[in-house]
Design a protein around this ligand. Structure first.
Ligand SMILES: Nc1ncnc2c1ncn2[C@@H]1O[C@H](COP(=O)(O)OP(=O)(O)OP(=O)(O)O)[C@@H](O)[C@H]1O
Ligand SMILES: [Mg+2]
Length: 255
């Protein structure tokens, strides 16, 4: 595994997680080792049910681990969460239907009493004109933009994204990916990005981590040495195709 220089944003050692499910205990994660460097963009891929969302929830401080060590922004995951230094975006935008776009973004700020420029946040994700709309008046891609703006409201140092663009069509997905890269390049946040799309992983990330089937652990790590900012026709290059192939192979070989 790559050793990240400086204090990493995420450092996971020997992590295991066991759910006490209705059907009996289930070992979801076993021996996960992972690091996300400060300012690094890391993508995580793996078969369905291998524990990707579980891992993200642990790092987000939403789930207590059964074993191992998890450091987030040089402290515990719960402390990072309590300090609002971690932003989480999931596949479902989870917006309050009775609140406007601006109202949804303002909500976490109202809760903490923090100040942030909601209009500027909306502009950053490209939906400045929709502040007064309600979620049902937006497209799926626009709702995900709202979710992203909400995650950025407290100026997080770490962005955790769980298939954030999974429900979008290819076109919207690419546009959102480019938007995200712009935000990441400007703010230099660290990103841990779960996706089902190998293509998306290679297009966005500095490093792609591959997880095994459940109980999940990291079985391969592929550095993505492609230029930044990522050019538009990047996916037509032989380098891109070669990387895609390597990730696919690592996934295929995942035990
Ligand atoms: N709250 C829960 N209680 C019990 N078991 C759970 C719970 N959440 C997830 N699991 C189990 O843990 C395993 C890993 O689930 P998880 O959602 O982390 O997988 P995933 O890699 O995100 O899958 P997908 O790619 O389909 O989103 C699965 O077997 C799932 O059934
Ligand atoms: Mg999941």
């Amino acid at each position: 595994m790559t050793t990240v220089i400086g204090v990493p944003a995420v450092r996971v050692r020997g992590l295991s997680h066991r759910y006490r499910g209705d059907g009996g205990p289930l070992l979801a994660l076993a021996g996960v080792e992972l690091e996300v460097g400060a300012g690094e963009f890391v993508a995580l891929v793996g078969p369905s049910g291998c524990g990707k969302s579980t891992l993200l929830r642990v790092v987000a401080g939403l789930l207590e681990v059964s074993g191992g060590a998890v450091d987030v922004l040089a402290g515990s995951a719960t402390a990072a969460r309590a300090g609002h230094r971690v932003g989480l975006v999931t596949q479902e935008p989870g917006l309050l239907p009775w609140r406007t776009v601006a109202g949804n973004i303002a909500l976490p700020l109202e809760v903490t009493g923090a100040r942030a420029d909601v209009d500027a946040l909306l502009a950053r994700v490209g939906i400045a004109a929709f502040a007064r709309y309600h979620p049902h008046e937006l497209s799926g891609g626009m709702r995900q933009r709202v979710a992203l703006a909400r995650a950025l409201a407290h100026g997080p140092r770490l962005l955790l994204m769980d298939e954030p663009f999974g429900s979008l069509d290819e076109f919207a997905r690419e546009a959102m990916g480019r938007e995200l890269l712009r935000i990441w390049e400007r703010d230099r946040v660290s990103v841990l990005f779960v996706t089902h799309s190998i293509r998306e992983a290679v297009l966005l990330a500095d490093r792609v981590l591959v997880m095994s089937a459940a109980p999940g652990r990291i079985v391969a790590e592929l550095p993505v040495h492609l230029p930044r900012p990522r050019p538009r026709a990047l996916d037509e290059t032989p380098e891109f195709a070669a990387l895609l192939h390597r990730v696919r192979e690592a996934l295929g070989g995942a035990p």
